[in-house]
Write a protein that binds this ligand. Sequence first.
Ligand code: DI6
Ligand code: FE
Length: 400
Amino acid sequence: MLLTNASIATMAHDRPPYGLVEHGAIAIDNENIEWAGPEGDLPEEFRSLPAEDLDGKVVTPALMDCHTHLIYGGNRVREFEMRLEGATYEEIAQSGGGILSTVKATRAASESELVTRALPRVDRMIGEGAATIEIKSGYGLDLDTELKMLRAARRVGKARPVRIKTTFLGAHALPPEYEGRADDYIDFVCEIVLPAAHQDRIADAVDAFCDRIAFTAEQVGRVFAKATELGLPVKLHAEQLSDSGGTATAASFNALSADHLEYLGDAGIAAMSKTGMIAVLLPGAFYTLGATRLPPIEGLRAAGVPMAIATDCNPGSSPVASPLAILNMACTLFRMTPEEALAGMTRNAARALGIERESGTVEAGKHADLAIWNIDHPSELAYYLGLNALHRRVYKGRLY
Ligand code: DI6
Ligand code: FE
C-alpha cells in the first residue's frame, strides 16, 4: 500500500518540528514501513503500489499509551464523591479504600468479565488512534488474580487490533491478608507470583509502587532484583505523593522509566539522565486528584530526560480512557509543548516500553502503525479537548 499527499509528522526528530514532511508518501509492505519521505523522492519500485491519496491530511505514528491499569473490577465512583467532600486520596487508601477496594472487585470478577469490562476503554483508545497499549496487573495481589489479570490483558490483544504490552505490578499495594507483614508479601511476590507470571509468559515487564502508602525503595529493590534475574525489564511508580527515593533505586536497575514524578528532586533527575531512563508523566492523575505540585518538567528538559505521557487509565486516580485528552492536559496542566506531548505518546512512549527500534516514529523499518487525522497541522492534536479528529488508522499495514 502507498499513502500519498500526506503531511507526515514522522516524530523521528524535532528539526523541523514534528519531523514534518509535507507532500509526503509512505510505502508499506505487509506490516512494516518500507519507505517514508517527500513524494518527489519516492523510489521507482514503490510507484506502482495501490495508492491512497490523503489530500494533505496529517499522518502521525499511531498513539501509544505506555502506562495503564485498564483491567479492573468495579469502579470507585464513591471515592470520587468522597474526595469532592474533602477526603484525600491518601486518607481513602489508608482507611482500606483506594486500590484495595478495586482489589476486592477484581478478585471477584471472572477473567472473561475483566476482558468484557476493559474492551470499551480499549475501544475508546483505538478510536483515538492508539495501536499500542500497556496494561498492568496489580489489582489482584494474590497468585490467581494477578495471573488472571495478565491473561485478561493478553486476551484484549487478541480481541482487538491493538498491540498489548503487559506489566506485572504485584507490588502495588499491601493486601489485607498480609497486613503488618509487608516484607513477607514482597517475599511472596518474588518467590511465587512473579516467577509464575514469567513461566506463563504473560508479563513483558515488572513495575512497583514506591511511596509511603505502598512499598519502600528497599522492598522495590528486592522485586527488581528478581525481575532482573528473570530477564524482565523494570519500571516504577515513583515520587507520586512524596519523595521516597524510588527513582534512584529504579535507576540502579537500569529501569526503562520512572512514572508520575510530582515529587522528584534534583538527585532523581540526575540519576535518570545518567542511565537514560524515560520520565512518564501522567496528567490525568494530577488532574483527577486535584494535585498542585507539578512534576519538575523544566528540570527534566534541562537534563535531557525524554518525557512520555500516558492516560494511567485506572478506576481511582485517573478514570481517563482518552489519549487525546491527555495530550491536551500535558500542555494545559504541565506546560509541555504540543510537540513534546505528541512525542510523549509516540517516540518516547516507545522508549518507555523498550520498543523504540520497531515502533514510535514514521520511518523505514518501523511497524506500519499509523494514525491519519483530519487536521492541517499536528499541533492541533493537543489543542482540542473532546474533539476527535481521527480519520483512519493503519494497524500492521492495514487500513481501519
Ligand atoms: N498510582 C496510580 O496512579 C495508580 N496506581 C498507582 O500506584 C492508581 C491506582 C488506583 O488508585 O487504583
Ligand atoms: Fe499508574
